[in-house]
Design a protein around this ligand. Structure first.
Ligand SMILES: [Zn+2]
Length: 146
């Protein structure tokens, strides 16, 4: 599965992650639990969803801006790390979900979907660039042989 497929699969469920409880449930196998700042509760409060893979067991992704962070240390403060790496994230500026009006919610959803489209477009462009570079390299090798 390519990384863009992984992001697309996550995106299908992330509309439910406005709920703190839903986010918290994803941290059932989170490695940091005691004597640390990045507990499941604080991770979920900061907007993160646990998205582990075989090689990266501590990947956490913001359901809103889709920023992925890994390599967590016990002293890392989830909200601060999120703000440092994605200062414009709409979730960090969001008031309590229960206090949102319908219009505010639709604006937030618009921003969340825009973030997804932007991320996917950047990934596809990067993939396309790599393909062009590799094809170009292979053609040069072929021309050198001929
Ligand atoms: Zn975010």
């Amino acid at each position: 599965m390519s990384h863009s497929d992984v992001i697309a699969a996550r995106f299908l469920t992330f509309d439910q992650m406005y709920s703190y409880e839903r986010r918290l449930q994803t941290f059932a196998d989170w490695p940091f639990r005691e004597d640390c700042q990045c507990t499941p509760e604080l991770m979920a409060k900061a907007g993160f969803v646990h998205c582990p893979s075989e090689n990266e067991p501590d990947v956490a992704c913001c359901f809103y801006c889709l920023k992925e962070l890994e390599g967590w240390e016990p002293e890392d403060i989830p909200w601060s790390e999120h703000a440092k790496r994605s200062p414009d994230c709409g979730f960090l500026q969001m008031k309590s979900f229960d206090e949102l009006t319908a219009i505010e919610f639709f604006r937030l959803e618009h921003g969340r979907i825009r973030n997804y489209i932007r991320k996917m477009a950047h990934m596809k462009i990067a993939y396309f660039r790599d393909e062009v570079e590799n094809t170009s390299k292979n053609l040069r090798i072929l021309f050198d042989i001929l």
